[in-house]
Design a protein around this ligand. Structure first.
Ligand code: NAG
Ligand code: NAG
Ligand code: NAG
Ligand code: NAG
Ligand code: NAG
Ligand code: NAG
Ligand code: NAG
Ligand code: NAG
Ligand code: NAG
Ligand code: NAG
Ligand code: NAG
Ligand code: NAG
Length: 546
């Protein structure tokens, strides 16, 4: 028996061709010579007769060219139709080049190609004109990150019955999302259309996409309501429709039980988060920011135990947050509830989320005091509680300076503590505070302490629009900031300001003594805690998590 199989194998190898065919060789040479820049490939190819041995070319055992993988070769020019002559070609990867023109019909209608990746080029032809007729084996089509501008074609998909992945994102396609895409391609798993100019509504026919796991059409011009049919695609794991003009509510979302990512941010959604959200136990990312959603956050949110990101900022959510038991969300890393209408105390259960790195509750109606438990958040790097109605600045400063994480780089707690007395310097001892300092719009008076000049870690400074006086030191850290850091202080002078110092003012500034250090420490804490507005807040967090 064994001898028989050895013989069979020998027979098999003896029958194989020893090199690619002349037709394949000349088709590949035609492709490369038609390019306006070949990235040096021709010189590596020309001395070798067997094209199966060429760089970027792969062949099957019987020496048929099956793969052309020439990604990231700086190729320029048009894609030659001659590649269509490679009758056994399965995979064509020309991604990350500078190719222009269109995809030849010979390739789009190839009877062999299974994977076609021309992403990250400068292709710009009209795909509408491509009308292959016979059924095609194409499974993966990646035309993303090109310069296609025309209406998105509807005809090619009619014969692409095997399509599994269609990625057309990051072009300038116009028109509607093709309605029959899943009717034609019943095995479609990934449909990516984001970053285009698609308009119209989301076609209810997408409900036929029984196998779809990823639907992304964010950053388009889609309008209308979320169709009920969308919630019928029960296989969905990633649904991303952010940055459109979609309306409607989330009722029905609980049917998407496999959902891992839900990003519907920056739309016109309304209604509340339904209690049934708790059925999405696999959810990792929840982005509903910048909509018109309202109501209370349901206690069932804490059933979504895998949540890592909750971003609900800029909505009309109201009521007390204490209903949600955050201790059930141990994986939470980012919680952003900025600019809502939430009230009550900051729930203690938040402090059980020990992996939290960014917490923003700014611009709500929270009251009460900062809890000592906040010290449990050892990974916390960004904390913003600005613009609420918190009380006890002395307590807050004590807690945050002694118990809070060494990893805290940004602390924004301004616009709270109305009419409270300022804490004394002892309260502030122990601060490690900060790379970012904003003292603007604060009615501060007096001179800039020289010691401020020694804060080498300080990378951003804004002490504009106060009533400071004296001169800005000409050497050291302060001299490196632009005039905008100091504007709006009529009594301040310095080399970067219109108001230059006379010699008397310069001498005054160098006479600052050591006791100014304490004054400085006070100013730093005062600034960080009291003076920062919401826009600035937004900027800092987007840098931090973006
Ligand atoms: C190809 O052959 C030419 C002439 O024999 C030689 O000059 C050149 O260096 C060879 N190129 C490579 C890549 O071997
Ligand atoms: C094509 O090549 C690029 C670069 O190597 C790679 O990132 C990409 O995954 C390849 N495409 C396919 C479909 O394998
Ligand atoms: C194009 O899409 C395919 C399928 O999703 C993917 O495997 C491939 O990596 C993508 N190409 C690039 C360059 O990312
Ligand atoms: C689709 O293309 C975009 C941009 O080219 C890329 O970021 C994304 O990862 C691609 N998706 C898949 C599934 O390949
Ligand atoms: C979109 O395409 C441009 C140009 O090809 C590219 O520079 C950019 O990285 C792409 N964006 C994404 C998200 O892939
Ligand atoms: C977006 O769609 C609306 C109609 O829903 C249309 O009036 C508007 O011109 C479109 N904007 C762009 C930039 O395509
Ligand atoms: C959702 O699917 C159910 C069951 O397949 C079907 O009866 C219903 O009509 C579908 N709803 C929509 C809006 O397509
Ligand atoms: C919150 O959940 C934790 C952990 O499951 C539990 O120990 C605690 O009792 C819950 N708190 C409330 C108020 O239900
Ligand atoms: C926190 O993160 C670490 C590492 O990312 C992980 O090992 C740990 O399980 C997480 N803790 C919880 C409670 O999820
Ligand atoms: C904010 O909540 C209060 C109750 O706490 C309610 O009276 C008010 O109408 C809400 N405002 C908005 C804009 O939702
Ligand atoms: C603090 O940050 C450092 C560096 O980013 C990281 O290695 C460390 O794990 C963080 N500490 C905690 C308690 O998360
Ligand atoms: C302010 O907070 C500190 C520290 O938590 C506490 O000792 C003090 O009693 C609080 N003061 C008031 C008025 O609640």
């Amino acid at each position: 028996m064994r001898q028989v199989s050895v013989l069979l194998i020998l027979f098999y190898f003896a029958s194989l061709a020893t090199s690619c065919t002349e037709q394949e060789r000349s088709s590949l040479l035609e492709f490369i010579t038609e390019l306006s820049y070949d990235g040096g490939l021709i010189s590596s190819w020309e001395n070798i007769t067997d094209c199966c041995k060429w760089e970027g070319i792969t062949c099957s055992l019987d020496m048929t060219v099956t793969g052309v993988t020439l990604a990231s070769r700086r190729l320029q020019g048009h894609i030659s139709a001659s590649l269509g002559n490679l009758n056994g070609l399965l995979c064509l990867n020309l991604s990350h080049n500078l190719l222009s023109g269109t995809i030849p019909l010979e390739l789009m209608s190839s009877k062999s190609i299974v994977v076609l990746d021309v992403s990250f080029n400068q292709l710009n032809g009209d795909l509408q004109e491509l009308q292959p007729s016979a059924l095609l084996p194409l499974q993966v089509l990646n035309i993303s990150s090109n310069k296609f501008t025309e209406r998105f074609p509807s005809s090619p998909w009619e014969v692409m019955k095997s399509l599994v992945v269609l990625n057309a994102s990051n072009n300038s396609f116009t028109g509607q999302i093709p309605t029959k895409v899943c009717f034609n391609a019943p095995s479609l798993v990934v449909l990516e259309l984001s970053y285009n100019h698609f308009s119209g509504s989301i076609p209810p026919e997408l409900g036929n996409c029984y196998t779809l796991t990823s639907l992304k059409a964010g950053h388009n011009n889609l309008s209308g309501t979320l169709p009920d049919a969308l919630f019928n695609i029960s296989s969905l794991e990633h649904l991303s429709l952010h940055d459109n003009q979609l309306e409607g509510s989330l009722n029905g979302i609980s049917k998407l039980t496999y959902l891992v990512t839900l990003d519907l941010g920056r739309n016109g959604l309304s209604g509340n988060i339904p209690d049934s959200i708790g059925e999405l136990s696999r959810l990792n990312e929840l982005h509903l920011d910048n909509n018109r959603m309202s109501g209370e956050l349901p206690y069932t949110l804490s059933h979504c135990k895998n949540l890592k990101t909750i971003d609900l900022k800029v909505n009309y959510f109201s009521g007390e947050l204490t209903k949600v038991n955050f201790s059930n969300l141990p994986n939470l890393k980012t919680l952003d509830l900025m600019m809502n209408n939430l009230s009550g105390k900051i729930p203690e259960s938040i402090y059980a989320c020990s992996n939290l790195t960014a917490l923003r509750l700014a611009s709500n109606k929270f009251h009460g005091q900062v809890s000592e438990e906040i010290g449990n958040l050892k990974s916390l790097s960004f904390l913003s509680l600005a613009n609420n109605s918190l009380t006890n600045i002395t307590g807050a400063l004590q807690i945050l300076s002694t118990s809070s994480s060494r990893n805290l780089t940004t602390l924004l707690i301004g616009r709270n503590f109305m009419h409270e007395a300022m804490p004394d310097d002892d309260t502030i001892n122990g601060f490690g505070d900060l790379q970012t300092l904003d003292l603007s719009h604060n009615h501060l008076t007096g001179a800039i302490p020289t010691a401020l000049n020694n804060l080498h870690f300080l990378s951003q400074l804004n002490i504009s629009n106060n009533n400071l006086e004296g001169s800005i030191p000409m050497i050291g850290q302060l001299s490196t900031f632009p005039s905008s850091s100091f504007d709006g202080n009529p009594k301040l002078c310095g080399p970067m300001l219109a108001h230059h110092c006379n010699s008397e003012e310069t001498i005054f500034s160098t006479e600052q003594t050591d006791n100014k250090v304490e004054k400085l420490m006070f100013m730093v804490a005062f600034a960080a805690f009291l003076c920062v507005g919401v826009l600035y807040d937004q900027m800092v967090l987007s840098k931090f998590i973006g």
